[in-house]
Design a protein around this ligand. Structure first.
Ligand code: SAM
Length: 262
């Protein structure tokens, strides 16, 4: 696995309290517990995503990558990239075509277990223009303006310090660059909200059956319920300095894409 450096765990020293699902814990404790969640699920992460969403997560990631409007030659950061679905889609779009120079994707994630699975999958898919960096979103080891696009899929919810992560995304983007955040959000239709809540209640049982552990999926459900809604997160992106922030609801708001410019 190529590595561009490591800042993993850089928020672990803070004593501020943050959400870990339904609990309030110290920042250090959240970093530790989120690490435990993804260590536990890494080997079956993709299978569980397919089962929980009936494969729908793949369409949502495709929509997010489309919204970044990537072109050959662009430099992309897939932050909290995990097992690499978004990197694979982005790598194809920025790769060499008709004589244009090849771009590249950096998959950055705090968790080595997730990146190990991602590295193997991207090798299998023949993605040669993806490099890996173990890094905390709150302290990215990249220069100011190093990327034309930053994408985060289902990652922000897990950041120990969301504001710091958004500020770092803004810092590493070049002027005119685009940030795309795909995340669970609030279902806008009450009937569908009831259905989505019922679906979520099955996930810990499924996690117990497939991964042998329900706890990571209880955290998943709680973290979705505690994530800021569409408007609150739009405001957080504006506060981090992003301009022209748009919100696009997907599956009636069960997920949303926030797209902003630097
Ligand atoms: N983007 C991938 C996808 O959509 O399949 C993975 C999403 S997974 C739900 C969340 C990822 O966020 C995990 O791989 C986890 O290690 C990573 N993560 C959590 N906290 C992080 C942080 N502070 N900095 C960087 N990555 C983090």
């Amino acid at each position: 696995m190529s590595s561009l450096g490591s800042t993993a765990g850089s928020t672990a020293g803070s004593t501020a309290h943050v959400d870990f699902g339904a609990e309030r814990v110290t920042a250090a404790e959240k970093t530790r517990r989120v690490g435990g969640v993804f260590d536990a699920v890494a080997g079956r992460y993709d299978l569980m995503n397919d089962l929980m969403s009936f494969g729908c997560h793949r369409l949502l990631k495709r929509a997010a990558v489309e919204m970044a409007r990537l072109r050959p030659g662009k430099r992309v950061l897939d932050l909290a990239g995990g097992t690499g679905d978004v990197s694979a889609l982005a790598a194809r779009r920025v790769g060499e075509r008709n004589g244009s120079s090849a771009g590249h994707v950096v998959l950055a994630d705090i968790n080595r277990s997730m990146m190990r699975v991602g590295r193997n999958q991207l090798l299998d898919r023949g993605c040669v223009n993806v490099v890996f960096a173990q890094a905390d979103a709150a302290a990215l080891p990249f220069a100011d303006g190093a990327f034309d696009a930053v994408l985060v899929a289902f990652g922000v919810r897990n950041f120990t310090n969301k504001e710091a992560g958004l500020a770092e995304m803004h810092r590493v983007l070049a002027t005119g660059g685009v940030a795309v955040v795909l995340e669970f959000s609030q279902v806008v239709n009450p009937l569908l909200a009831y259905g989505f809540a019922a679906l979520k209640r099955t996930w810990p049982t499924l996690g117990q059956a497939v991964v042998g552990d329900a706890a990571p999926y209880r955290y998943l459900v709680e973290s979705i319920d505690h994530h800021p809604d569409q408007e609150a997160f739009r405001q957080m992106m504006c506060d981090a300095g992003f301009k022209a922030v748009e919100v696009h609801n997907l599956v009636a708001g069960a997920a949303a894409i926030h797209r902003g410019l630097k």
